[in-house]
Design a protein around this ligand. Structure first.
Ligand code: SF4
Length: 223
């Protein structure tokens, strides 16, 4: 299970102290730290009236995970203090479609090792956060973690588990590893119509990618 630094695991029944001073410090000095998940990019692109490809080009940096070779996206930053590109004064200019990581902060959620259940966590990185009134974790999740979010996290974990091995083998052994990375980019991140429902497209794209990688690896291992 993934564990973020300066975090503690919490249960839905727990109550934790939290205080927000609306200082917007969480949105500054965030170079390559605000993750854009596939679902975030879809809804941000929809809010901004642009295609998903144009959204990534204009607002995201792509990094490649060293251990898996998977592409990951982060919101761009601007200015000397590396503020999030969407910070306007002390306000978020994309509040209605802000990434899940921002919506849930200082809580965060990750799939357990089995990929079928979720674990709940509380970030203690800001000194003033754990000093306010008591917040029930369950209430926070009810407000900031939608059913579609949960569905997305678990489907994402399922698909990543399924493609990690074939992706890694192909990435390490193909003459041109970017060929396989390109497929992940296309199916997982780019092939979306923001006028259609998100989850159906996400599940469909995952299946196509899984089949495609399996087909390539079968061809590759039979040579
Ligand atoms: S998207 Fe909004 S909440 Fe998230 S870091 Fe940027 S300005 Fe802050």
């Amino acid at each position: 299970m993934y564990v973020m630094k300066n975090s503690k695991q919490v249960e839905l029944s727990d109550r934790v102290r939290f205080r927000c001073t609306r200082c917007a410090a969480c949105c500054r000095h965030v170079e390559n730290t605000v993750v854009i998940e596939v679902k975030d990019a879809f809804y941000l692109a929809k809010l901004l009236g642009m295609s998903v490809i144009d959204f990534y080009t204009a607002y995201a940096n792509m990094l490649t995970l060293e251990d898996t070779g998977f592409p990951l996206f982060f919101l761009k930053t601007v200015g000397k203090d590396n503020s999030c590109v969407f910070l306007n004064g002390k306000r978020c200019s994309v509040h209605n479609a802000k990434p899940r990581t921002c919506k849930m902060y200082p809580f965060w959620v990750a799939p357990d090792d089995d990929g079928k259940t979720l674990s709940y966590n509380f970030s203690t990185e800001r000194k003033h956060h754990p000093k306010g009134s008591l917040v029930r974790v369950k209430d926070w999740m009810r407000e900031y973690l939608s059913n579609e979010d949960k569905e997305f996290i678990l489907e994402d974990a399922r698909s990543v588990m399924k493609i990690t091995r074939p992706f890694r083998i192909l990435y390490d052994n193909l003459k041109n590893p970017y060929d396989v990375q390109k497929r992940v980019l296309m199916y997982r991140h780019l092939f979306y119509d923001t006028n259609e429902p998100f989850m159906e497209q996400f599940c469909r794209n995952n299946r196509v990618l899984e089949d495609e990688l399996e087909r390539i690896i079968n061809k590759f291992t039979s040579i």
